[in-house]
Design a protein around this ligand. Structure first.
Ligand SMILES: C[S@@+](CC[C@H](N)C(=O)[O-])C[C@H]1O[C@@H](n2cnc3c(N)ncnc32)[C@H](O)[C@@H]1O
Ligand SMILES: [Zn+2]
Length: 291
């Protein structure tokens, strides 16, 4: 399995093709973007930032990395890997964007899954599979953490609202616990390309929510509508149990979810007093095909 750098970046100021020379990406109009020492490029113009330090903070990114690296969501990463690599042939490079990639766990796991699949006989399908991987996140801290851990992929600080990617270039877009912008995902996918989404289901982390909130909101309805430009391929529910066995992992989980900010001080105190917690993971994995 080979991982190629992602070549089809677009200028965040005018959408024109970016060309790489040395450590700089440049468009024809002369806008230029330097690749940072740590290997990522910042393609988020000031006018697209809603705050000075948008997206997840350094502490949230570190908490998510520790939690994910402990393997608690590994079954989710495996299901995402299967969805992405399903029907991938070795003849072409599979181009995949993780939109809102966080600290890069799912793209790292995807590369590992591709290697494992090959070992288990995938080679019979023809030539070795090649992947071109791009991770985009609005948080500089997330992208920095991702770039440190996987050098073969391309890492970009940018926004899903205006993806710095040329139109019709991608075979797969991932949006995992993220902020989907469907018209942008439709623009950057090839016809027949797939959007793979993971979203929290009604029972996701219910036991934690029962502790930190006085009452639970009823689950949101009507999220099944298929966005314009897509057809629905499949939906599967992943449900499994996890056990957090120390206060640090519970604190990490709380820090990486929106619950930390939504819970009351009393709710946070209750969570901080826990030394173990058994939890339900309940997520929906949906595959949508670009028409
Ligand atoms: C709940 S986290 C999920 C991260 C990763 N997909 C995962 O599951 O580990 C949401 C991520 O979206 C990023 N984010 C927020 N707004 C964004 C935007 N407009 N464009 C791209 N990323 C965004 C945050 O910085 C954060 O890393
Ligand atoms: Zn430009």
């Amino acid at each position: 399995m080979r991982i190629h750098p992602f070549q089809a970046l677009a200028c965040p100021l005018d959408g024109d093709v970016l060309h790489k020379s040395g450590n700089t990406w440049r468009c024809a109009a002369g806008h230029s973007f330097d690749i940072a020492r740590q290997g990522y490029v910042h393609l988020l113009p000031v006018q697209n930032k809603r705050s000075r330090d948008p997206g997840d903070s350094k502490a949230m990114v570190a908490a998510r990395r520790r939690f994910l690296e402990a393997g608690h969501y590994r079954p989710i990463a495996e299901a995402v890997g299967r969805a992405v690599l399903d029907e991938a042939s070795g003849d072409d490079t599979l181009r995949c964007l993780d939109a809102g990639c966080g600290e890069g766990y799912y793209l790292r796991r995807l590369a590992e899954t591709a290697i494992e699949a090959e070992r288990e006989g995938g080679q019979a399908r023809g030539e070795a599979l090649a992947l071109s991987l791009l991770g985009v996140d609005i948080s500089k801290w997330a992208v920095l953490a991702a770039a440190k851990r996987q050098e073969a992929a391309t890492w970009v600080v940018g926004t899903n609202a205006h993806l710095p990617v040329q139109a019709g270039w991608l075979d797969r877009v991932l949006c995992l616990f993220g902020f989907p912008v469907y018209p942008e995902f439709a623009r950057v996918l090839k016809p027949g390309g797939e959007l793979v989404m993971v979203e929290a289901g009604p029972d996701h982390l219910r036991e934690l929510r029962e502790i930190i909130y006085p009452s639970l909101k009823p689950p949101r309805e009507g999220r099944e509508a298929v966005p314009e430009g897509f057809t629905r391929r499949s939906g599967e529910t992943l449900r499994f149990a996890i056990e957090l066995e120390d206060a640090e992992s519970i604190a990490d989980l709380l820090a990486m979810t929106p619950h930390l900010h939504r819970a009351s001080a009393e709710g946070r105190e209750k969570a901080a007093a826990l030394s173990s917690l058994a939890l339900t993971v309940d997520v929906r994995l949906t595959r949508l095909v670009r028409k």
